[in-house]
Design a protein around this ligand. Structure first.
Ligand code: AMP
Length: 491
């Protein structure tokens, strides 16, 4: 049963902001979480991004803080009362923007602090006094140490994307931050999964929480059309271009597993005339925000990104998501394809599966609880990269191909990207010199606006050898049988 916001008896100032955003009915996470938070209970919530979870915690917190609403200019009258912690800068920025919009008719102030930006403007904002502080853990600790903010009046804490914060290695930072807060407070924890680590975190910091689970973390939206194509590594780029063109796709996310792979792919696509930008953790904060803005505004057609950089970003109406690499963590698949098919719109999720991905696909099948059909897709004849393998002679049939793959994986680093505060894993081996010296340079997007995507304006291509559409449908295990034993994940 749909429930409308009017049933909540929110302050008219908040109701007005909600109405202005065009929302009448609550999403399931909102319908379940808002009344509980209004009662002052702790919450442990499992909800996918795109479910409306930001409003689910922001609105009741603002409502409860309305008793402190005052127009005084004195910073002392605006102490930090709510702290929202997130793993990445982009997410923090996005949540802060939503908080600002929901609080716009109140006198409650909010700001955001994250790393990679000058501390001075953030310090000035903090010194003016803010009721809602949105932050990434590392930069918040910097501000605490610099005595730019005092957290002894905090009444509400939100740990958003908590699983990802633990993945990144933020646990010690979180523990330190939480040690500065009053014990008497409301704590809300949102996570894609309730892993044992998350449960331990909740046991330590939440009091008698209400558990809310609106959609299983492994659920993928039914509005997303999902395809898994068997594609050799060397063919992934031409296949990507072919699908973009055939489907007439205007914009897409393209996910890769490593920062270096992300920069390389973005650079290659850009060189091939596609209007592309990259989003990964090695880019400066300014570059990341610009890349995001360019994609959001439609100035850029393809956003090539890594998981950490893109997790939870609220970019709506992306018609397609490509998994150029199958994610190392199966759960990231759910997050990735959550970028498309949002709010009931239909979306397309295409994953490229190479012979080495058998184990990752197995993990994915386990998580999604269903068999995944692996489809074959024929590449148009002239699209195969020059000097590559002939048809029928796949990468893994070349005598040295396996070694090349391993080398590439090692030079990329075999682990998913980590933010700067992440604990250092095993030392990486010296990277192999890339074949193309351009790959040594950091990626720079031209961000040039194009009216039509390059793949649409490209000249008509000769017809494919065989129809480019899906050819055969075989069960996944059957197809993997012909592939060699997959390389171990860590090379
Ligand atoms: P979130 O999961 O918080 O990232 O929200 C995903 C998107 O849903 C955001 O663009 C929100 O603005 C939007 N949204 C939040 N609440 C509602 C609602 N009740 N109805 C429709 N859209 C909403």
């Amino acid at each position: 049963m749909t429930q409308s916001f009017s049933q909540l008896s929110l302050s008219p100032l908040l109701e007005r902001a909600v109405a202005e955003m065009g929302y009448e009915n609550m999403t399931p996470i909102q319908a379940q979480a808002i009344p509980v938070v209004l009662q002052g209970r702790d919450v442990m919530g499992a909800a996918q991004t795109g479910t409306g979870k930001t409003a689910a915690f922001t609105l009741p917190l603002l409502q409860r803080m309305m008793k402190h609403d005052n127009a005084s200019t004195s910073p002392a009258r605006h102490p930090v009362r709510a702290l929202v912690l997130l793993p990445t800068r982009e997410l923090a920025d996005q949540v802060a923007e939503q908080v600002r919009l929901y609080a716009k008719y109140t006198n409650l102030r909010s700001t955001v602090v994250f790393g990679g930006m000058d501390m001075k403007p953030q310090t000035a904002e903090l010194k003016k006094g803010v009721e809602v502080l949105v932050a990434t853990p590392g930069r918040l600790l910097d501000h605490i140490e610099a005595k730019n903010c005092v957290l002894n009046q905090v009444e509400y804490v939100v740990l958003d994307e908590a699983d990802r914060m633990l993945d990144i290695g933020f646990l010690p930072d979180l523990q330190r931050i939480l040690s500065f807060l009053p014990r008497q407070r409301t704590t809300l924890l949102f996570s894609a999964t309730f892993s044992p680590e998350i449960k331990r975190l909740a046991n330590s910091y939440l009091q008698d929480p209400v558990t809310i689970e609106v959609a299983r973390s492994n659920a993928t939206a039914s509005t997303v059309e999902q395809h898994f194509y068997r594609v050799d590594d060397d063919d992934k780029r031409p296949v990507l271009k072919q699908i973009l063109k055939e489907r007439g796709l205007k914009q897409a996310f393209v996910f890769v597993n490593s920062k270096l792979g992300c920069a390389r792919l973005a650079r290659s696509l850009e060189r091939e005339g596609l209007n592309t930008t990259a989003l990964h953790g090695d880019k400066s904060q300014d570059e990341r925000l610009k890349a995001l803005e360019a994609f959001k505004s439609g100035a850029v057609d393809l956003l090539v990104c890594t998981d950490v950089a893109a997790r939870g970003l609220d970019i709506k109406d992306v018609p397609a998501v490509f998994n150029f690499d199958i994610p190392f963590n199966a759960e990231d698949y759910v997050h990735r394809i959550g970028r498309t098919g949002r709010a009931g719109a239909s979306g397309l999720a295409v994953s490229f599966v190479s012979g080495r991905d058998a184990r990752l696909m197995g993990d994915l099948e386990k998580l999604l609880g269903k068999k995944l059909e692996l489809e074959a897709l024929e590449l148009e004849a002239d699209k195969r990269p020059a000097g590559r393998f002939n048809d029928g002679q796949r990468a893994w049939q070349q005598p040295d191909a396996g070694r090349e793959e391993r080398d590439i994986r090692e030079s990329r680093g075999s682990r998913p990207e980590r933010e700067s505060r992440a604990p250092v894993g095993r030392p990486a081996r010296a990277p192999r010199a890339p074949a193309d010296p351009l790959f040594d340079k950091p990626y720079e997007s031209s961000l040039a606006a194009e009216v039509t995507p390059a793949w649409e304006s490209a000249q008509k291509q000769p017809t494919s050898r065989v129809s480019p559409n899906i050819k055969t449908r075989k069960k996944l295990p059957a197809l993997f049988k012909s592939a060699p034993t997959p390389e171990p994940e860590n090379g």
